[in-house]
Design a protein around this ligand. Structure first.
Ligand code: TRP
Length: 441
């Protein structure tokens, strides 16, 4: 029997759970920090509305219409597009492989904050603490396996009993936590500089092309479009659910979450003299130091790392569901076996990333450690490519009347605008980003 979400709220919360993840907290804060803050945020918002929202609606329409896994979704739209489905399913495995490794680091920090070992580590500094941890061979792999197992248990539980149920209680809780953290950070003396950094644009940043590329990559990553997750989740959506309402709620919710997380992180960073442009290590080196120096830090730290771990988990679950759905439909496996197969693949694929600062520290790709290179390739090449395929398939290859009816936009002018965005501006922009990423322009 086909699985379906129990309620529209459950579907929306599960998709917000997919969208809200390490991308909103860890990645958004470090990318915004490196890319100049307020100006980055403005560019980011424009891309979210112009590219993210139309693509999300396209993925929903494609997925619900197909009514199965991602391969079926593409071949139902146009038989010649079947291969795109396989490509996106493989892409989801690649993203999940390194995402799981970082989620594992978060779990380790959560355990450290709860047990108190995170505080004793302070004597040698968090730079050394973090470097020692990731240079280790066994430990990162152990934490990677631990969080992957939790995600596998949820996915094996099924769409309603596993995925929907987890998100129904976890997502509202996370919203409360991030708001409380922001309110607390805003009371710190000197918090104003952090708020200004995030919200007031520095105009010179608009002239930096790399900021635009970073903003598109971040928008895709954070919304979770471009890698078939939304296609797969939409395939479990009933006819009566409204696609435009859901997509707007998800895009708005995800963006709001990133901004509020920024309002928790930057005021704290500025109030306690951290460097906002610290890069990926912001959450793992800069923030723990801040927690240590801040009033009530021993309470805030476990709450923050719980937020990060739980947000990562709900995103992992959604990414894992993509290959699991493919295995269930294409290989006729039961859900449990499909989960074991996909989870096993994710673990193996993730090993090079998990070991990229330890055993494999000497191996570099394009001059970077393996994990960093994979993250870069995913956000600036794989996701734009996936988005391009979705836009071209829905905008050009599929039957226009069918996709417009499926997307169910409230009026004909909006529907025309949507199709036009998918046909021309979105592919053009994505081609530019892709060519830039591969160094062609
Ligand atoms: N959006 C998630 C985050 O912000 C990660 C994620 C989930 C994702 N599904 C995706 C990224 C699909 C790219 C494509 O952390």
């Amino acid at each position: 029997m086909r699985e379906e979400w129990r309620t529209q709220t459950g579907f929306v919360l599960a998709t917000i759970g997919s969208a809200v993840g390490l991308g909103n907290i860890w990645r958004f804060s470090y990318v915004a920090g490196e890319s100049g803050g307020g100006a980055f945020l403005a560019i980011y918002l424009v891309f979210v509305v112009l590219i993210g929202l139309p693509l999300m609606i396209a993925e929903f329409a494609l997925g619900r219409r197909g009514g199965g896994d991602v391969v079926q979704a593409f071949s139902a739209a146009s038989p010649r597009w079947r291969g795109a489905g396989w490509l996106l399913a493989a892409g989801a495995l690649v993203i999940l492989s390194y995402y799981t490794v970082i989620a594992g680091w978060v779990l380790k920090y959560l355990a450290g904050a709860l047990s108190g070992t995170l505080w004793t580590a302070a004597q040698t500094g968090y730079g050394a603490y973090f470097a020692r941890f990731i240079a280790n061979t066994g430990e990162p792999v152990l934490w990677q396996a631990a969080i992957l197992l939790i995600a596998m248990l949820v996915v094996a539980g099924g769409v309603r009993r596993g995925i929907e149920r987890l998100n129904m209680w976890l997502m509202p809780l996370l919203a409360v936590i991030v708001v409380l953290l922001a309110l607390f950070a805003l009371t710190l003396p000197g918090a104003g500089a952090g708020v200004r950094f995030l919200l007031a644009p520095d105009w010179s940043v608009f002239a930096r092309p790399d900021v635009y590329v970073a903003a598109i990559g971040q928008a895709f990553f954070s919304l979770g479009v471009g890698m078939a997750v939304m296609i797969t989740y939409a395939s479990y959506m009933g006819r009566q659910f409204r696609i435009p309402v859901s997509a707007t709620a998800i895009v708005g919710g995800d963006t709001l979450f990133a901004v509020v997380a920024g309002l928790a992180i930057f005021p704290a960073v500025f109030a306690l003299g951290g460097n906002p442009a610290a890069g990926p290590e912001l959450a793992f080196i800069t923030l723990p130091q801040i927690f240590l120096n801040m009033p009530f830090g021993s309470v805030v730290a476990p709450v923050f790392f719980f937020l990060l771990a739980a947000a990562a988990l709900t995103s992992m679950v959604s990414l894992l569901e993509v290959p699991v759905a493919v295995a269930v439909h294409r290989l006729a496996l039961g859900r449990r076996r499909a989960t074991l197969l996909a989870g096993g693949l994710v673990f193996l694929l993730g090993l090079p990333s998990a070991l990229s600062y330890g055993l494999l520290a000497d191996v570099t790709l394009a001059g970077q450690p393996i994990l960093d290179a994979v993250d870069r390739a995913v956000s600036s090449m794989l996701l734009p490519l996936g988005g391009l395929l979705v836009a071209l398939c829905v905008g050009w290859a599929a039957n226009r009347a069918v996709v417009v009816a499926e997307a169910d936009l409230p009026d004909a002018a909006l529907a025309r605008l949507w199709v036009w965005l998918l046909r021309v501006p979105v592919p053009l922009l994505l081609v530019v980003v892709f060519l830039r990423a591969v160094g062609a322009i």
